[in-house]
Design a protein around this ligand. Structure first.
Ligand SMILES: Cc1ncc(COP(=O)(O)O)c(C=O)c1O
Length: 395
């Protein structure tokens, strides 16, 4: 049985080596050697837990703030990634125009914490109780809300008319999730105005940037779709200037001709996905799960951080269920609730039983949503602990 598992692990590692050779845009080989030095974890951590390296986080925050300043676009970071008040405050202190959130629940947490300018970048279905909660928010703070249908606009109008809240028309730039075709943005905006809702502009999420070799074409689609949507609004007689885009992968390629606001979220922490698509490197991964090696067999180890800590997201192109930044040659080949199986090449030196290792989740937003707190470390010591204040506020 064990032998079977090992054979399977080796097959996965061999397949990945082949993948690297196949796709020049998917440079896993480079990512395997890009780690400069292992960052020490404090000795007394109770694992599993999510650990944030304060200095790496700060570097990521400062770099994005500088990038948007250089390009002359506004930054409205998506707070669904970190869900913590402390990081959101730092983002605003570094010049962010406001916050993006995905749900009314997330908005309520940040408004209660004193944030006064929010965009719910989601085609919100504002029926019943949700509509009443939305109106209560709109009466307290500056609020923008997404919509991509006339029916959605009607519900928003019932909830919001009479408040200063604005709506933003979502357009599809190639991710094919939500959003109308850019040429139809004018029609939806006209309906909003007829219903008495002020229109701020248009937004899109270029989620198709998440894939090997996809960042550059998706960034081009993003700018193009927003420009076409802005033209559609002008033709329909709607005077509204916001062109909001942004994913973490495309943020590096932002062109002010296409958009004037970006909403990246993951950039604060980065994760295994960002490394594998080449939009981050191991040195810019600020959040990892600290996990203990609880079992060792052949060329595999088992860690105590399973799917309930790392989250279960795994894109079709991902090389595993998470990565170990200090052992980039290994792969997390299986997750159960409380176990992560990590396969190493046959000649690798395995971490000791009982030792603590760092694991980068595939998708850090999903991992943060599973944690009550983030343990903040600097220079190998715990320096703070932040509540994941908006965790689980999915409605
Ligand atoms: C509408 C919207 N805007 C912005 C973002 C943030 O992008 P990223 O997760 O790449 O940082 C997301 C992420 O899912 C999103 O759905």
């Amino acid at each position: 049985m064990l032998l079977d598992v090992e054979r399977e692990n080796r097959a996965i590692l061999a397949k990945e080596a082949h993948l690297v050779a196949d796709d020049a845009g998917f440079d896993c080989a480079r990512q395997n050697v890009s780690v400069t030095q292992a960052r020490p974890l404090p000795a007394d951590l109770v694992t599993p837990c999510l650990v944030v390296d304060r200095d790496v986080l700060e570097r990521n925050l400062v770099a994005m703030a500088a990038r948007v300043r250089d390009r002359n676009v506004a930054l409205r970071p998506h707070a669904k990634t970190h869900k913590t008040v402390e990081i959101a405050r730092r983002q605003l202190a570094l010049g962010a125009a406001g916050l993006t959130v995905a749900t009314v629940g997330e908005a309520e947490v940040f408004v209660d914490a004193g944030f006064s300018d929010l965009f719910i970048a989601y085609p919100l279905w504002a029926a019943g109780e949700r509509g009443r909660r939305l109106r209560a928010l709109a009466e307290r703070v500056a609020l923008r809300v997404g919509a991509d249908s006339n029916e959605g606009m009607e519900l928003l109008a019932r909830a919001l008319v009479g408040t200063p809240a604005e709506v933003v028309v979502e357009v599809d730039s190639g991710h094919h999730r939500t959003g109308v075709q850019p040429e139809r943005a004018g029609e939806v905006a006209v309906v909003a105005q007829r219903l008495g809702l002020p229109v701020a502009g248009v937004f899109t999420f270029p989620g198709h940037s998440y894939g090997p070799g996809q960042i550059r074409p998706a960034a081009a689609d993003e700018g193009d779709a927003l420009q076409r949507a802005a033209t559609a609004l002008r033709r329909a007689g709607v005077d509204a200037g916001l062109r909001s885009g942004g994913s973490t992968p495309t943020a590096a390629l932002v062109e002010p001709a296409g958009l004037n606001e970006i909403r990246p979220g993951v950039y604060v922490f980065n994760d295994a996905q960002q490394v594998e698509i080449g939009s981050a490197n191991w040195d810019s991964v600020a959040l990892t799960a600290a996990a203990t090696v609880v079992s060792r067999h052949g060329s595999s180890v088992v860690l105590d951080a399973g799917g309930k800590v790392l989250g279960a997201d795994r894109a079709a192109w991902a090389t595993g269920n998470g990565r170990l930044p200090d052992h980039p040659e290994s792969r997390v080949t299986a997750l159960s609730e409380h176990h992560a199986t990590v396969a190493f090449p046959a000649d690798a030196v395995l971490p000791e039983l009982g030792s603590t290792v760092r694991v980068a989740p595939n998708h850090v937003c999903a991992a943060a949503n599973l944690a009550d707190v983030l343990v903040v470390i600097a220079n190998g010591a715990v320096v703070d602990q932040w509540a994941v204040a908006a965790r689980g506020r999915n409605a």
